[in-house]
Design a protein around this ligand. Structure first.
Ligand SMILES: [Zn+2]
Length: 390
C-alpha cells in the first residue's frame, strides 16, 4: 500500500515535469515564429521602401544572357573554332569557316592550299597570329551560308593578305629560283596489282628474306586497293614537285608491273635522284586506328650507311610534320625499322610515308577525295622543300 502511493506520487511528479517541459518548448517555438514574422515584416518594409525610391526608368533588368542568334556571339564562336583548328592542324575546319565575297557576289571558300599555308604560318609566327585574330574581329561578318552552317565572311579575296604570307608588292608569286631547281626526287608508289611472294634478302648481305612485293591493304569502305591509291597520290606528287622546279623519277606509273622492293630501292639509287619518297597507306586490325607516319632505318641498321640513316630520319621527320600540319591527320611520328627491304637496299636518303589507315572508315573515305589528296601531296612536297632548304 505504502509502496503504491509512493509510486503514485512519483508518476504525478513525472507528469508535471513533462507538462512544464512541453510548455517550455511551445513557448520557444512561438517566440521563434514571432521573431521570424517580425524580421519578414521588417524586410518587406525595407524592400517596399527601396522599390519606392526606384524611378520608373530604372526598372530592374535581368542578367544579360548571350543571345545565340546575335551575330557578334556567333562570330566569337567561329573565331574560337578557328583557334582550335589551328591548334589541331585542322585545315578542313578552317577552310569551312572562312569565306569571302567573290566578284560575282557569291560567298566563296578560299583555296585549301592558301588556308593550309596561312594555318602553318600562324602556328610559327605568334606576332602574326595575334594580328590575324585582331583583323578577323574587325574585318569579318558572320553569315548563315546555306541555311545550316555559319561562316565568317572576310573583306579580302586573298586570305594570305591577312598574314605576311602574301607576296610583297612587286614580288613575283614564284621565287626567282624554285626550291626544287637542280634537285631530283625518286617517287615509288608502293605495291603493284599482283603481289609477288617469291623471297629476296631484306638488305645487302642479309640472310633474312621477305616477299619481293606484299599485296598491301585496301579501303574498308572505298574498296580501293592500296596500290591504286598509292599510284594516284604518287602521280599528283610528281606533278606538284615538278611545279616546284624538281625533276622526278617514277619507279612505276602503272599498276601492272612486277618490281621488287629491293629493285625499287636500287632503281632509285641509280637514277641520279637525291632522295627517294615511298608512298603507302596503312592497315590495322583495329578499324578505329587513324593517323599518318613515316618510316626510316634506325641508327643500328646494318645495311644502311650511318650518314644516310641520319638523312633518312631528318627527311622522315620533316615530311611527317608538314604532312600532318597540312592535312590535320594525327601525327604518329617517325617509325624506325630495319625490316624494310625498300629502305635497306637504298643508297640515298629515303622515307616511306604511310598516309593514313585504309582500315579506318573515315580516313579511307577522306583519302579518296580530290581535296584531301591535294592536301596530302602539298604536305609531302612542303616536307621535301624543308629538307632541301634546312
Ligand atoms: Zn603498303
Amino acid at each position: 500500500m505504502k509502496k503504491t502511493s509512493k509510486t503514485g506520487i512519483n508518476i504525478l511528479i513525472f507528469i508535471i515535469l513533462i507538462l512544464v517541459l512541453a510548455l517550455g518548448i511551445l513557448a520557444i517555438v512561438q517566440y521563434g515564429r514571432f521573431r521570424d514574422q517580425m524580421e519578414e515584416k521588417a524586410r518587406q518594409e525595407a524592400q517596399a521602401e527601396a522599390e519606392a525610391t526606384v524611378t520608373p526608368t530604372q526598372t530592374p533588368t535581368p542578367e544579360p544572357t548571350p543571345d545565340p542568334s546575335d551575330p557578334e556571339v556567333i562570330r566569337e564562336q567561329l573565331i574560337g573554332s578557328i583557334q582550335t583548328a589551328i591548334e589541331e592542324n585542322n585545315v578542313n575546319t578552317m577552310a569551312n569557316i572562312l569565306r569571302y565575297t567573290a566578284s560575282d557576289g557569291s560567298i566563296t571558300a578560299y583555296p585549301a592550299e592558301d588556308v593550309a599555308e596561312v594555318l602553318l604560318h600562324l602556328k610559327r609566327d605568334s606576332a602574326d597570329y595575334w594580328n590575324f585574330f585582331t583583323a578577323l574581329r574587325s574585318e569579318s561578318t558572320s553569315v548563315n551560308a546555306d541555311g545550316e552552317s555559319q561562316v565568317l565572311v572576310l573583306s579580302t579575296q586573298d586570305l594570305r593578305k591577312m598574314t605576311n604570307t602574301a607576296p610583297k608588292e612587286g614580288e613575283s608569286i614564284q621565287p626567282e629560283t624554285p626550291v626544287g631547281e637542280g634537285k631530283m626526287v625518286a617517287i615509288d608508289a608502293g605495291h603493284q596489282a599482283q603481289g609477288d611472294s617469291n623471297q629476296e634478302p631484306i638488305g645487302p648481305g642479309a640472310s633474312q628474306t621477305k616477299a619481293r612485293v606484299a599485296s598491301g591493304t585496301s579501303g574498308c569502305v572505298s574498296g580501293v586497293p592500296e596500290y591504286e591509291l598509292n599510284l594516284t597520290v604518287a602521280l599528283k606528287l610528281r606533278d606538284e614537285l615538278e611545279r616546284r622546279g624538281y625533276s622526278t623519277y617514277m619507279i612505276r606509273e602503272d599498276n601492272e608491273v612486277n618490281v621488287s622492293n629491293a629493285e625499287r630501292a636500287q632503281l632509285a639509287s641509280q637514277s641520279g635522284a637525291d632522295i627517294l619518297v615511298r608512298i603507302h597507306a596503312n592497315g590495322s586490325e583495329n578499324s578505329s586506328v587513324a593517323g599518318a607516319l613515316t618510316m626510316a632505318p634506325s641508327t643500328s641498321n646494318p645495311y644502311v650507311d650511318g650518314q644516310i640513316v641520319q638523312e633518312c630520319q631528318r627527311l622522315s621527320q620533316l615530311v611527317i610534320d608538314s604532312f600532318c600540319a597540312v592535312t590535320g591527320a594525327q601525327n604518329q611520328g617517325v617509325y624506325q625499322t630495319d625490316e624494310m627491304s625498300g629502305l635497306n637496299w637504298c643508297a640515298i636518303p629515303a622515307t616511306l610515308v604511310e598516309m593514313g589507315y585504309m582500315t579506318n572508315p573515315e580516313e579511307d573515305a577522306r583519302m579518296q577525295t580530290e581535296e584531301y589528296q591535294a592536301l596530302m601531296v602539298q604536305g609531302i612536297a612542303d616536307g621535301i622543300d624543308s629538307y632541301f632548304t634546312s
